[in-house]
Unconditional design. Structure first.
Ligand SMILES: Cc1cc2nc3c(=O)[nH]c(=O)nc-3n(C[C@H](O)[C@H](O)[C@H](O)COP(=O)(O)OP(=O)(O)OC[C@H]3O[C@@H](n4cnc5c(N)ncnc54)[C@H](O)[C@@H]3O)c2cc1C
Length: 326
């Protein structure tokens, strides 16, 4: 069976690797080598679970910090459970692993459908790829969704930058609305630099002032998950950002892209219903976090929730929730 995968980020490369290993005739199409805009924060357990080389880890963290109204609330993570990677290197390695396990990898750009085949431009040449199954793992602006006239993934803009003018050893989360808008601002260690960001341009500017840095932001979208995003149309499946599978409130996308790709690959291998399998595994957690995300838009609720993290049992609950133990 021929599987064609558009997009070689964490979702597409993982699906390619798992399906190629099972003997599917798998082709992975990635448009370019690039550094996906991303803080690079990922659960450490993913490295063992998916045999990803630990040499890709740039920082391992055993705590994060909430910074709120000039106070720091440390959140211990019950071990070195959070790692930081450089996406440029991480994505490239995942594609190499997929190739090693038997997937064919082409650098080219998907551009639509013709005669029930996928059109891919490789070095100015238009090539038609046949497939029995197509997996769209082409990110938040999915061109496969566009080509099929499906509604786009709901999303919000983020403003971010890398700076050498502010240093942090841990991931910092800024929950005051002026620094994080409706969500949060962040500062993550990133090698010798720090990855800083927020949602709208104004909160990014406020965050920069607070951190005493002057940075011109770049902008990129991130999915804002909601229930009932279309993740399958006939023999075409969507996964990762292309399916909106980013955890509400935490905005963690790498882990869920990889895990959702695993669910999709297993569903294809064992001929199960992908949507049902995904919902069985993640729907409850995503819905709970979405409810919290919506409540956090209320200033009073946000104030109570953030301050409640001074209490050990609340911190424990949040960390267990993040670790998937609730
Ligand atoms: C500013 C910012 C910070 C973030 N920080 C974090 C973080 O710290 N931790 C975390 O877990 N998540 C974070 N995220 C979210 C995370 O980056 C995504 O959820 C994750 O990358 C999703 O992986 P994916 O494989 O689904 O999509 P992507 O990583 O977007 O991969 C899609 C791939 O498809 C390729 N592609 C697109 N169109 C085509 C085409 N037409 N033809 C061929 N290939 C194509 C792209 O080049 C890309 O490589 C952040 C996002 C943003 C915007």
């Amino acid at each position: 069976m021929k599987v064609l995968i558009i997009g070689g980020g964490p979702a597409g490369s993982t699906a390619a690797r798992l399906l190629a290993k099972e003997g599917f005739d798998t082709t992975l199409i990635q448009d370019k080598i690039w550094d996906k805009p991303c803080g690079g924060g990922v659960k450490t357990k993913i490295f063992e679970q998916f045999q990803i080389p630990k040499s890709l880890i740039k920082h391992t963290l055993s705590k994060v910090e909430i910074i709120y109204k000039n106070k720091i609330i440390p959140i211990p993570l019950k071990g070195k459970n959070l790692s930081i990677v450089f996406r440029y290197e991480f994505d490239q390695t995942l594609r190499d692993l997929a190739q090693k396990d038997g997937a064919k990898l082409y650098y080219g750009k998907f551009g639509g459908f013709e005669q029930e085949k996928a059109v891919v431009k490789i070095k100015n040449e238009k090539i038609l790829f046949e497939y029995d199954i197509l997996i769209a793992a082409d990110g938040v602006n999915s061109s496969v969704r566009k080509a099929l006239n499906l509604p786009p993934v709901p999303k919000t803009i983020t403003h971010y930058s890398k700076t050498d003018k502010y240093k942090t050893e841990v991931c910092e989360f800024f929950f005051e609305q002026k620094y994080g808008g409706e969500y949060y601002g962040w500062a993550f260690p990133h090698g010798d630099l720090t990855h800083i960001g927020s949602v709208d341009a104004k909160s990014f500017k406020n965050l920069c002032e607070y951190l005493k840095v002057k940075e011109k932001p770049k902008g990129y979208f991130i999915p804002t998950w909601r229930e009932n995003i279309i993740i399958q149309k006939n023999n075409i499946y969507f996964v990762g950002d292309a399916a909106g599978q980013v955890m509400p409130l935490s905005f963690e996308g790498i882990y869920y892209a990889i895990k959702s790709a695993e669910i999709l690959a297993n569903s294809i291998i064992s001929q199960k219903d992908y949507k049902k399998e995904w919902e069985k595994r993640f729907l409850k957690q995503f819905k709970f976090m979405k409810r919290l995300e919506n409540l956090m838009k209320n200033a009073l609720f946000r104030d109570i929730m953030v301050k409640a993290h001074n209490l050990k049992f609340v911190r424990n609950f949040s960390v267990n929730l993040w670790l998937g133990k609730v």
